[in-house]
Design a protein around this ligand. Structure first.
Ligand code: FMN
Length: 364
């Protein structure tokens, strides 16, 4: 029987348990994306409280593109010393830390009109209505290079790996999506073409970080709407990523705030679950590929998570909001207090003064 609190190896990372802090944008940096004391404290607290693997909030790979305020930057080498301090703090407590990197794109309402926002095609983002500039080949090369350089900086900063954010309708997800990607060149049309942008990013990054450095990818299981990316396509993407040498895949969806109300609904032949919204999807992917599968969304009950671990092909369990409510949740569970996570998934954790649990952890 597999255990939640057992040592495992993910690529070359030795993890003390199967719990992951899913990437969570904190909205607590300086205007340029530099770290503040609050952020060092948040990460050290998670590490002290037994989170096996911490994935950082997303960091922007080019200075001029920022989908949200207060997000971390990784667009320049000047970030390396402060991240070295951060990774040192986490490692001191035996946790591992992976840097999530992203180009946001049109899923934003932040400073729209004041900056150029790239998109695969001129298709408005469904939630924000924001339109982007259709990327030229030169724009694509620029962003591919920016992701690769960000991966190199993550490695030089002491992060144990890097996670490419290819989910949640951000730019890479839009390239993968037949709804957002209407291109007629080699980056649009067939799935092979829609994957090309992500694959180029992977290859260029791999050249800079070397053979063994863990590169993880976060994907949307399915886009949950007609004419969007389907789960069948996501499965093919996972097979390709495994073949390329990706260390692990994190399966998410783009329905965070709404997912609780969608429990029991079926999309592409699978059902959204109460405990772990995307477990059914992640299980099928785990059955298909041999690299570890992480899934995120809606976990709250340790006995249920343990049962999922032993019933499915899911290897790791990522949590975001429950750890905002209770940064000590994993150590609490480790110490035998099995009460379910306090988080009620109300999603009131995004505030203009920083993202924190406004219900259970006001002092942060
Ligand atoms: C305040 C907040 C910030 C988030 N920031 C990110 C992020 O930077 N990158 C990312 O991939 N997902 C982000 N997410 C999504 C979470 O990683 C996670 O997928 C989602 O909250 C569902 O998990 P949960 O039910 O455990 O909260 C964020 C979620 C919240 C609530």
């Amino acid at each position: 029987m597999k255990k939640l609190f057992e040592k495992t190896t993910l690529a070359n990372m030795e993890l003390k348990n199967r719990f992951v802090r899913s990437a969570t944008w904190e909205n607590m940096t300086t205007e340029d994306g530099h770290l503040t004391h609050k952020l060092y404290d948040i990460y050290e607290e998670l590490a002290k409280n037994e989170v096996g693997l911490i994935i950082t909030g997303y960091a922007n790979v080019v200075k001029e593109e920022q989908p949200n305020p207060g997000m971390m930057g990784i667009y320049d080498d000047c970030f390396i010393p402060e991240y070295q301090k951060l990774t040192g703090l986490v490692h001191k407590h035996g946790s591992k830390i992976v840097k999530q990197i992203a180009y946001g794109g049109t899923k934003t309402s932040f400073n729209v009109g004041e900056r150029v926002i790239f998109a695969p095609s001129e298709v408005a983002e469904r939630g924000t209505g924001t339109l982007g500039k259709e990327m030229t080949k030169a724009d694509i090369d620029y962003i591919v290079d920016a992701f690769a350089q960000a991966g190199r900086r993550a490695k030089e900063s002491g992060f144990d790996g890097v996670e490419i954010h290819a989910a949640h309708t951000y730019l890479i997800n839009q390239f993968l999506s037949p709804y957002y990607n209407k291109r007629t060149d080699e980056y649009g049309g067939s799935l092979t073409n829609r994957m090309r942008f992500l694959i180029e990013i992977y290859h260029k990054m791999r050249e800079l970080v070397g053979e063994d450095y863990p590169i993880l990818v976060k994907l949307t299981a399915t886009e949950f709407f007609e004419s969007g990316l389907t789960f069948g396509e996501t499965m093919l993407i996972c097979l390709k990523l495994q073949e390329l040498g990706v260390a692990a895949i994190e399966i998410s969806g783009n329905i965070h705030g709404k997912a609780r109300g969608m429990v029991g609904e079926e999309f592409d032949g699978f059902t959204i679950q109460k405990e772990g919204y995307f477990v059914d999807y992640a299980n099928s992917i785990g059955e298909l590929i041999n690299i570890p599968v992480i899934t995120v969304g809606g976990f709250q009950n340790i006995d249920a998570i343990k049962a999922i671990l032993n019933k499915t092909h899911v290897d790791y369990f990522a949590l975001s909001r429950p750890l905002l409510a209770e940064p000590n949740l994993i150590s609490r569970w480790a110490n035998g207090d099995k009460a379910k996570a306090k988080c009620v998934r109300c999603s009131k954790c995004r505030t203009s003064e920083g993202n924190y649990c406004t219900v259970f952890n006001k002092v942060g």
